[in-house]
Ligand binder design. Structure first.
Ligand code: ZN
Ligand code: ZN
Length: 177
């Protein structure tokens, strides 16, 4: 979905919209948008061709647990503030007004802001570094690969930690002496 910036009526405009997950196709590899995305944002024109965008987007994403590798859904609610400048100026005047505040600079092309692309970037930033289906996720058995959240494979009772085995070996040697 593209927002035509020259069609903004006032200096500041409020914008609210719901996007269906299908609008994010093809979906990212790291996550999948699993519920409608509710976006609420304010766009303010700054100077001749820059726009300040302050928004909030809420949805549910499906991620893969980094421990047990199962997919799970989690709510994502992200707030962001960005400055949009025309893409062409980024190349011709790279030092232009970028550092006057802490806002991340993004670029719009041919007068329009790619809202889906903006949301993708914000979701990417909001994702956890190591997604976990739950803090208590027990992960996969390192021995047989079973998902320890759903089965008790029994390996752990018979499987000796190699580091412990070394210690046991040392203890046995002590006894023999
Ligand atoms: Zn897990
Ligand atoms: Zn096992």
């Amino acid at each position: 979905m593209f927002l035509e910036l020259n069609q903004l009526r006032g200096a500041r405009e409020h914008f609210e919209r719901r996007f269906e997950p299908a609008e994010f196709d093809p979906q990212d590899e790291d996550y999948r948008v699993a519920a409608p995305v509710d976006l609420s944002m304010d766009i303010e024109k700054v100077g001749t061709d820059a726009f300040r965008v302050k928004g909030r987007a809420a949805t549910k994403v499906e991620l893969q647990c980094s421990r047990c590798l199962e997919n799970f859904e989690m709510p994502l609610d992200t707030s962001f503030e960005l400055r949009y400048v025309p893409a062409i100026d980024a190349h011709t005047e790279p030092e232009r007004e970028i550092a006057e505040d802490d806002l991340t600079t993004a670029f719009y092309r041919e007068g329009s802001l790619d809202v889906i692309e903006m949301l993708r970037e914000q979701f990417q930033l909001a994702l956890p570094m190591k997604p976990l289906c739950s803090q208590a996720c027990r992960g996969l058995c390192p021995h047989c690969g079973a998902n320890l959240n759903s089965t008790d494979c029994g390996c752990r009772s018979t499987w000796d930690d190699p580091r412990l085995a070394v210690l046991k070996g040392l203890l046995n040697t002590d006894k023999e002496n």
